[in-house]
Write a protein that binds this ligand. Structure first.
Ligand code: CO
Length: 134
């Protein structure tokens, strides 16, 4: 079911500082910040040869990232995103196996304009997993 690792997301407390660090210290190819009001985040993608890093920064007072940054004030890995061919078939398979889908279990459009779902971190070794259909 699982395809490639699409990205690793890191929640950051200071987006400009994180962009400058990846660009100037690590020498990475850093994209332009995009606001994602449906998800309550501003995202920046960093292209690596084999995958991407997604910097996440809160957008608005209700952002789901706010609580995470309160618990992790210097920032931390927030989720892993795996690619799947068929997100609805993957969801149905996971539900049948007892995994919990966050939200109403219907895919949302994610930061790449593709359907995504998030899986409950307690079901996956404490790791929040995003599935994205390419
Ligand atoms: Co993501």
């Amino acid at each position: 079911m699982l395809g490639r690792l699409n990205h690793v997301a890191i929640a950051v407390p200071d987006l400009e500082a994180a962009i400058a660090q990846y660009r100037d210290v690590l020498g990475a190819n850093v994209g332009i910040p995009q606001d994602e009001p449906d998800h309550g985040v501003t995202v920046v993608f960093i292209e690596l040869p084999n995958t991407k890093i997604e910097l996440l920064y809160p957008l608005g007072a209700d952002s789901p990232i706010n609580g995470f940054l309160e618990k992790n004030p210097s920032g931390s890995i927030h989720h892993l995103c795996y690619e799947v061919d068929d997100i609805l078939a993957s969801r149905d398979h996971l539900v049948e196996k007892g995994a919990r889908i966050l939200g109403n279990s219907e895919p949302k459009i994610g930061a790449h304009g593709k359907p995504v779902l998030f899986l409950h971190p307690k079901d996956f070794n404490g790791t929040l997993i995003e599935l994205e259909q390419l």
